[in-house]
Structure formats: C-alpha cells, structure tokens
Design a protein around this ligand. Structure first.
Ligand SMILES: CC(C)(COP(=O)(O)OP(=O)(O)OC[C@H]1O[C@@H](n2cnc3c(N)ncnc32)[C@H](O)[C@@H]1OP(=O)(O)O)[C@@H](O)C(=O)NCCC(=O)NCCS
Length: 173
C-alpha cells in the first residue's frame, strides 16, 4: 500500500470513496464535506492523506485546523476518515491514522481531536475525558475524543472548539 498527500486531481476519487464507505444515508453529505474542506481556507493548515492499493484509492483522511476559545493551540480534528468497502478490515484505516499522527507530530502540532466510534479510535490512542467542549451539543459525548501528540500536551488545556467553517456546520455533529 502507498500513502501520500492528496492532490487536486484526486478529488473525484475521494468523493466516490466517501460515498461508497458511508453508504446511502450519509455518503453524499460526507463526500461533500471532504471536497469542501479541501477548499476551505479556514481549514488550513490541513493534512489530507490518500492510501492506494495498486492503482485503486483504498482510503482517505483529513486532519484540519481548529481553534480553542479563538486561539491557535496547535490542534486539529480528524474528519472524515473512510476506507473503501472492499478494502476494509485490512489495516488501511489504522495506517492512515498512524501515518497522519506521525506527520502532524513532525509538523509541531500538539493535539488531535476526533468524533467517532470509541471502539475504533481508542485503539489509536484517542480518549474521552479531556476538557474540550465541542462546537455543538453531542448525542454521544463519549465519542468526542482527544489524543496528545506530545507528552503532557493535554494537561491544563480547555475551551470550546471551533472547526473550519464547513465542518462547524451542525449537520456534521
Ligand atoms: C471505520 C473505518 C475507517 C475503519 O477502517 P478499516 O481500514 O476498515 O479498519 P482497520 O483495518 O484499520 O481496523 C480493523 C479493525 O477495526 C475494527 N473496526 C472497524 N470499524 C470499526 C468501528 N466502527 N467500531 C469498532 N471497531 C471497528 C474491525 O472490527 C477490526 O477489528 P480487528 O482488528 O479486531 O479484526 C472503515 O471501516 C470505514 O471507512 N467505515 C465506513 C466509514 C466510517 O464509519 N468512517 C469513520 C467515521 S467515524
């Protein structure tokens, strides 16, 4: 498998991947979110990684900039993440997450947030129990998790998260 940062020409395959992975109910919304985030200046700095199996797009993830109480604290949020239906349960998602975290650490970021299934994301080191308020009220607060990219990065840090404009929209929460 090959991992690299996405380029503008990947956009149609990225949209198709999210439509496929998230299915009829959510696919169109998440695909549009991915495309919009890639173009949203308020999402910068942004890391968008694609995984290829042979010549087929197998997975995609975006890490985009957030602020906390209006401040840049070196934090980002991981969303969306998707792996093509035929490629799931083969470690693609895990590799995208691990590689993304390593790149972000090298770039000096301190914290990554995610809203997702705790059963999956706790495997990568994300945990609830931090002090960040989400942009909107959540149906499942235990799905709102954080990961420190450096020892102690979460200590004493609190406040309300604001994401990129397109991701801050209530439909995504
Ligand atoms: C969730 C997703 C990204 C996982 O990627 P993946 O490449 O299939 O997963 P990996 O191969 O890295 O990991 C597989 C393991 O995670 C588990 N797993 C996969 N999805 C899970 C979930 N939603 N909750 C809990 N465990 C999950 C698998 O059972 C498997 O467990 P095992 O190692 O004990 O057999 C992928 O299945 C996907 O795109 N799903 C649809 C879209 C989606 O839900 N995105 C995440 C939104 S929060």
């Amino acid at each position: 498998m090959r991992l690299r940062e996405s380029v503008p020409a990947d956009a149609p395959s990225i949209a198709e991947l999210h439509r496929d992975a998230f299915g009829e109910a959510e696919g169109a919304t998440v695909a549009q979110l991915a495309l919009d985030l890639l173009k949203d200046p308020t999402a910068q700095p942004l890391l968008s990684l694609v995984a290829f199996q042979d010549d087929t797009l197998a997975g995609h993830v975006i890490f985009s900039h957030i602020t906390v109480d209006g401040n840049d604290i070196g934090a980002c949020i991981m969303a969306p993440l998707a792996v093509a239906g035929t490629q799931q349960n083969q470690g693609v998602g895990t590799r995208l997450i691990r590689h993304g975290l390593a790149v972000l650490r090298e770039r000096g970021l301190r914290i990554v947030l995610v809203l997702g299934d705790p059963a999956y994301y706790t495997r990568a080191g994300f945990a609830a129990g931090h002090e960040f308020a989400p942009p909107h009220e959540l149906a499942y607060p235990e799905a709102w998790m954080a990961l420190a990219l450096h020892d102690g990065a979460l200590a004493g840090v609190s406040g309300t998260v604001k994401c990129a404009d397109v991701l801050n929209s209530p439909e995504h929460w």
